[in-house]
Design a protein around this ligand. Structure first.
Ligand SMILES: C[S@@+](CC[C@H](N)C(=O)[O-])C[C@H]1O[C@@H](n2cnc3c(N)ncnc32)[C@H](O)[C@@H]1O
Length: 304
């Protein structure tokens, strides 16, 4: 079995075989954990969510291995496993293990407790980094909320529904938008769609403000590559010069550029007057169906 890990010296993601615990070096864990904290801190600062996710995953894996090693090789001071482990070469007293690894027993107990619910632990680590990044963003007043509340007219949602056969998730929504989209599940600004996994068939018209739009573009590509999302249609303005547009274009299977402009609707039904056309990015295997359906509103470009 292999796993994706960072080479901490090069910063590259590499595939490494899972270590056998008898070749395990517990004295390296403390340094690795600190290095992974530095990667997490960097990813948070750069708001690189896929990198953040991978670094957190690796941190959790390292802790799992360490806790397992501790369980198998460290005897308790108070009786416990000591007699059981006493005749093993690799048995350590608690003090010796702390000295060897630089990690204390209370720290190991803390990791063990958190690892008992791995999903929650992962979400806590990710959520903390995300909040910190977003807090910094708020300080810079980069986030306007008003510009995010523009909803997709029903006719375009129906085209996406026709291609995908349904909409399981709208990860950037509101109660008002959901009355048109009618996805099986939604996320809103309150529970933050960026903090969840995206499964099934996804409709996405992301918030337009920066850096949210970049994060949503990176997230849709990451979720598709992770194999959780089976299909998706993402609608944005056709700002073809932006980084987020290129992020999405690199990951999509086809893009439809609209003829004319979509008049998005405000929560009270007022139509917008956008100054440019829009793009629908398609992710999935039904490219032929996407072309057939979306050619009615524009021209479609396929991924090379
Ligand atoms: C451009 S609107 C699109 C709404 C709907 N998906 C549609 O197609 O009509 C983007 C929506 O995302 C919501 N939003 C903003 N930040 C979000 C976040 N971090 N997570 C989830 N939704 C968010 C906004 O409140 C807004 O309702």
């Amino acid at each position: 079995v292999s796993r994706a890990t960072f080479d901490l010296s090069t910063g590259q993601l590499v595939s490494t075989p899972r270590r056998a615990l008898d070749k395990y070096e517990p004295q390296a864990t403390k340094t690795k954990d600190a290095k992974l904290d530095a990667v997490i801190e960097y990813a948070q600062r750069m708001r690189d969510w896929p990198l953040l996710e991978q670094a957190i995953e690796q941190k959790i894996e390292e802790q799992i291995e360490f806790v397992q090693w501790w369980k198998e090789h460290v005897g308790s001071n108070h009786g416990g496993d000591r007699s059981k482990n006493a005749d093993r070469d690799s048995c350590f007293s608690c003090e010796k293990a702390e000295e060897l690894t630089g990690i204390t027993q209370p720290q190991v107990a803390k990791w063990k407790k958190r690892l008992a619910d791995r999903v929650k632990y992962r979400a806590t680590l990710f959520g903390a980094a995300w909040k910190k990044a977003m807090g910094e963003m708020d300080n810079h007043r980069a986030q306007g909320t008003g510009e995010n509340e523009w909803y997709t007219p029903a006719q375009y949602i129906e085209l996406a529904r026709e291609v995908m056969g349904g909409i399981d998730l709208d990860p950037a929504s509101s109660e008002c938008a959901q009355s048109t989209v009618q996805a099986t599940r939604i996320h809103t600004a309150a529970d933050n769609g960026l903090l969840h996994e995206w499964h099934g068939r996804v409709w996405l018209n992301p918030p337009y403000s920066q850096p949210l739009i970049q994060h949503f573009a990176s997230k849709i590509v990451a979720e598709y590559h992770a194999g959780r999302m089976t299909q998706a249609v993402m609608l944005t303005h056709n700002y073809t010069d932006t980084e987020w547009f290129h992020t999405a274009a690199r990951g999509a299977d086809a893009i439809c550029f609209t003829r004319g402009r979509i008049r998005f609707e405000s929560p009270d039904g007022e139509p917008a007057s956008p100054t440019q056309g829009q793009s629908f990015f398609y992710f999935g295997e039904r490219v032929t169906k996407f072309v057939e359906v979306f050619k009615s509103i524009g021209f479609v470009v396929l991924a090379p």
